[in-house]
Design a protein around this ligand. Structure first.
Ligand code: SF4
Ligand code: SF4
Length: 421
C-alpha cells in the first residue's frame, strides 16, 4: 500500500504540507475564502484536505476534488504565509493525484480535453481561432446567442464572451532584432501561445523596447508551449515533456529569457523545481519578466497625458514576486497619472483557464475587480498577462464600461520617443 509520501508526486512532500501551522494568516488574502467564507475553500482548509489524503485518511472524493478545483492557484496565500508553505506546488501535486483518480464529471473532463488539446498547441490554437473568426463573420455567433445554448453551457458562454476580438495575425515576431547601439548582451523572448496569436503587438513592442534598451533579441520560431496550463492543471507528465522541449529549443547562450505573460514566466521559474536537469534549471534561473529588464534601461519616454491604474497579475505578483518594476516604469512616463487600485493583487478570476472551468466563481471575482477599478476613476487598466487583459476587458464590456486594457509594454511603446535613439 502506498504511504503518504509515496502518494505525492515529487518534489512536493508531506513535510511541505506539515509546514502549515494553521495560523490562518493567509485566509484574508484568499479570493475564494473571501467570496464564500468556507474553511474548506481557504488555503488552510485545502491543506487539511491534502494532508488527510496524503496520510491515507481520506480518499480522493468528488467533494475533495471540488474544493481543490475551486482554488484559483493564484498563490496569494503563499505571499501571505509567514511559514513559507509552498502552496502552489502542493496544489499542483494534489491536482496530479486527482488526474490519476479521474473523479471529475464527464462534462468537465470533455471541456478539459478540448482546452488541453488546443491551448498549449500554437498551430491548433491558430486553426481554432480562424474558425472562431468565421463563426463571427458568418453570423453564427448571433445565432448561437439567440438559441439559449450559452445559458445552458456556462463554460461555452465564458469562452464566447472572452474572445471578443480575434486579431488577424500570423503571430510571429521577427526571429532576431539587433540592439540599438552597443549590445549589453543577448536575450531570448518567449512568444507564448495565447500571446502569439491574440497579442502579437505585445511581442513586437517587447522586442523593440528590449532592442532599444541595448539587448540583441532572439525569438526562435519553433519554440513550443511553456506548459503553464498543464502544470496548474496537475498534468505533470505533459508539463515536464514541454519543459524539456522548450529548454532544448531556447538558445543556451543568452543572458536572459524574457517573458511578457505572467503565467508563462511563473511556470518557467518553476522549471528547475519540477524537472531537475541542467537545461531546465538554466531556464528557471535566467527567466525574467520584461519589466525587470526595462526598468534597468534609460528609455527616452515622452509625455502621455492619461490616467491609468495597475492590476497585479497573480503569477507576476505572487508567482514571481514582481511588483515594483512595472509600477516604476509607469511612474517614469511623463504626465501619466497612476491611481492606486485597492486589492490590486486580488485575482480577477482569469487564472489560466479557471474562468472557463469555474465561470461562476470567476464572475464573482471579476465583479469585485471591476468595482475596484471603477472606484479609481481611471479609464485605462494596465496589466501584464493576456488572461487578465481578456478577463477584465470582458467584465467591462458586459457592464458597458468604456475601459481600455493594455499591457505595460504597450503603454511604454506609446510613450516612447523612438526617433531619439
Ligand atoms: S492559491 Fe489562491 S485561491 Fe487557492 S488557496 Fe491560495 S489564495 Fe486561495
Ligand atoms: S498556509 Fe501559512 S498562513 Fe496559511 S494557515 Fe498555513 S501556515 Fe498559516
Amino acid at each position: 500500500m502506498a504511504t503518504g509520501t509515496d502518494r505525492l508526486a515529487a518534489p512536493a512532500t508531506l513535510d511541505d504540507i506539515r509546514s502549515c501551522v494553521h495560523c490562518g494568516i493567509c485566509l484574508p488574502a484568499c479570493p475564494t475564502y473571501r467570496a464564500l467564507g468556507e474553511e474548506m475553500d481557504s488555503p488552510r482548509g485545502r491543506i487539511y484536505l491534502m494532508r488527510a489524503v496524503a496520510e491515507g485518511r481520506l480518499d480522493v472524493t468528488e467533494t475533495y476534488t471540488h474544493h481543490l478545483d475551486l482554488c484559483l492557484g493564484c498563490r496569494a496565500c503563499e505571499t501571505a504565509c509567514p511559514a513559507g508553505v509552498p502552496f502552489g506546488s502542493l496544489l499542483e501535486t494534489a491536482r496530479a493525484e486527482i488526474e490519476r483518480g479521474g473523479r471529475r464529471p464527464l462534462r468537465r473532463r470533455l471541456l478539459e480535453a478540448f482546452i488541453f488539446g488546443v491551448f498549449p498547441h500554437p498551430h491548433r490554437l491558430a486553426i481554432v481561432l480562424g474558425l472562431l473568426r468565421r463563426y463571427r463573420r458568418w453570423g453564427l455567433q448571433a445565432l448561437v446567442r439567440r438559441s439559449g445554448l450559452l445559458r445552458r453551457i456556462p463554460p461555452l458562454a465564458a469562452m464566447d464572451a472572452l474572445l471578443h476580438d480575434i486579431p488577424r495575425t500570423d503571430g510571429a515576431p521577427p526571429e532576431f532584432l539587433a540592439a540599438r547601439g552597443r549590445a549589453l548582451g543577448r536575450v531570448a523572448l518567449l512568444t507564448g501561445c495565447v500571446q502569439r496569436h491574440l497579442f502579437a503587438d505585445v511581442n513586437h513592442d517587447t522586442m523593440r523596447l528590449l532592442a532599444l534598451a541595448g539587448w540583441d533579441v532572439v525569438a526562435p520560431r519553433e519554440q513550443g508551449c511553456c506548459g503553464a496550463l498543464e502544470l496548474h492543471g496537475g498534468r505533470l507528465d505533459a508539463f515536464r515533456a514541454r519543459a524539456r522541449a522548450l529548454a532544448a529549443t531556447l538558445p543556451s547562450d543568452v543572458d536572459w529569457i524574457v517573458t511578457n505573460a505572467a503565467g508563462c514566466g511563473s511556470a518557467l521559474r518553476d522549471y528547475g523545481h519540477w524537472v531537475d536537469e541542467d537545461a531546465t534549471r538554466r531556464v528557471a534561473a535566467r527567466s525574467r519578466d520584461v519589466t525587470e529588464l526595462l526598468v534597468e534601461a534609460d528609455l527616452p519616454l515622452g509625455s502621455l497625458p492619461l490616467t491609468v491604474t495597475y492590476h497585479d497579475p497573480c503569477h507576476l505578483a505572487h508567482g514571481q514576486r514582481v511588483r515594483t518594476a512595472p509600477r516604476a516604469l509607469l511612474g517614469r512616463i511623463p504626465d501619466l497619472a497612476v491611481v492606486p487600485l485597492a486589492d490590486s493583487d486580488l485575482c480577477c478570476g482569469s487564472a489560466g483557464v479557471y474562468n472557463v472551468l469555474e465561470p461562476e466563481m470567476a464572475d464573482r471575482l471579476l465583479a469585485l475587480k471591476i468595482a475596484r477599478i471603477v472606484e479609481t476613476g481611471a479609464r485605462t487598466v494596465v496589466t501584464g498577462n493576456p488572461g487578465c487583459l481578456m478577463q477584465i476587458a470582458r467584465g467591462a464590456r458586459a457592464r458597458g464600461l468604456d475601459l481600455e486594457l493594455v499591457h505595460p509594454v504597450t503603454l511604454l511603446a506609446r510613450a516612447m520617443r523612438w526617433e531619439d535613439r
